[in-house]
Design a protein around this ligand. Structure first.
Ligand code: UDP
Ligand code: MG
Length: 312
């Protein structure tokens, strides 16, 4: 059966790039329909994540000009993941593709995704073939991050951002994850079902500047770790064991030195240094613990993730 496709595009202050994005996506929909890969009811669904510029006015204009275009406007800036989620969970369609507004992801690859879906695949990941266009800094930090996450036991699809196709079943599965701190890249592989990847070259941002400055990038990375892995907590326990063992051995050694060898215990260093050392370790451990407690705190509140202000 030919699927009805919905393309979800989160937008935060994207007025510079949106007209081009809209043209390309509409052209793509027409092409897919011509090839009879999707039905004519297929849609483009923009999510305005509380933009301060003309983004929403543009989306309204696109919707007025073409019935295939729809949009929702969130009540404020909720961040990329929440914007994406609000789109995924609100659209109809048998297959839902999520793509960034900035045209860094290759729009034409959606055709390959749909073909893959039509063979019975439920989840299709868009995977970057090369990261030539990313800065050396971004490329390397991304690589370190993937490797680190793997060590932490979090299964991420390598070089995959949030460009993917989800079948209706996968979307409904996603709906059942109630967590407030959504990290879609980590959640989607947990859903299971048949998955595949399609490769593409990541382009440079078509226009405008990145909405992900270093600060947000780091926050996002930390989010990914503490939302999915309890390895840091285990690490604290392990460190506690090692350090207590070591301290215990030190005590024995001091007793031995004092009673058997009658040696003078050298200066204050032996008592002061461990104090500082342990103090430091404790602070660090408490800090990591606090991260998790904060998570529990936020999750137990069950706060709503977003509000839709308008919908067209
Ligand atoms: N975005 C969003 N809310 C935000 C930040 C970003 O909806 O708070 C959207 C943005 O409009 C874009 C996508 O998320 O469509 C990815 O952002 P960006 O391209 O700036 O990130 P980068 O590619 O630089 O990591
Ligand atoms: Mg981008």
């Amino acid at each position: 059966m030919t699927p009805r496709l919905a393309i979800v595009v989160p937008c935060y202050n994207e007025e510079e790039v949106l007209p081009e994005t809209n043209n390309r996506l509409l052209a793509l929909l027409s092409r897919l329909e011509e090839l009879q890969l999707t039905t004519p009811e297929s849609t483009i669904n923009y999510v305005d994540d509380g933009s301060h510029d003309n983004t929403w006015a543009m989306i309204e204009a696109f919707a007025a000009a073409d019935t295939r275009v729809h949009g929702i406007k969130l009540s404020g800036n909720r961040g990329h993941q929440n914007a994406l989620l609000s789109g995924l969970l609100s659209v109809e369609g048998d297959a839902v593709v999520s793509i960034d507004a900035d045209l860094q992801d290759d729009v034409s690859v959606i055709e390959a995704m749909v073909r893959e879906f039509n063979t019975g695949t439920e989840v299709v990941y868009g995977v970057r073939d090369s990261r030539q266009t990313d800065t050396v800094f971004k490329r390397n930090t991304a690589l370190i991050y993937y490797n680190f996450m793997k060590k932490m036991g979090v299964d991420l699809v390598h070089n995959h951002a949030d460009f993917r196709l989800l079948g209706r079943r996968a979307v409904e599965a996603l709906r059942q994850y109630g967590e407030v701190n959504m990290f879609l890249r980590g959640i989607v592989p947990l859903i299971g079902y048949r998955a595949a990847t399609v490769k593409y070259d990541r382009a440079e941002r078509f226009a405008g500047v990145s909405k992900y400055p270093l600060r947000k990038m780091l926050a996002f990375a930390a989010e990914g770790i503490t939302s999915f892995s309890i390895v840091p907590l285990r690490f604290i326990t392990l460190m506690g064991f090692i350090i207590s063992g070591f301290s215990f051995a030190m005590i024995l050694f001091i007793i031995y030195g004092k009673t058997v060898l009658s040696a003078v215990i050298p200066g204050w260093a032996s008592s002061v240094v461990p104090t500082y050392f342990l103090g430091g370790i404790q602070l660090l451990s408490i800090g990591i613990l606090g991260e998790y407690v904060a998570k529990i705190y936020l999750e137990t509140k069950q706060r709503p993730r977003y509000f839709v202000e308008k919908s067209i």
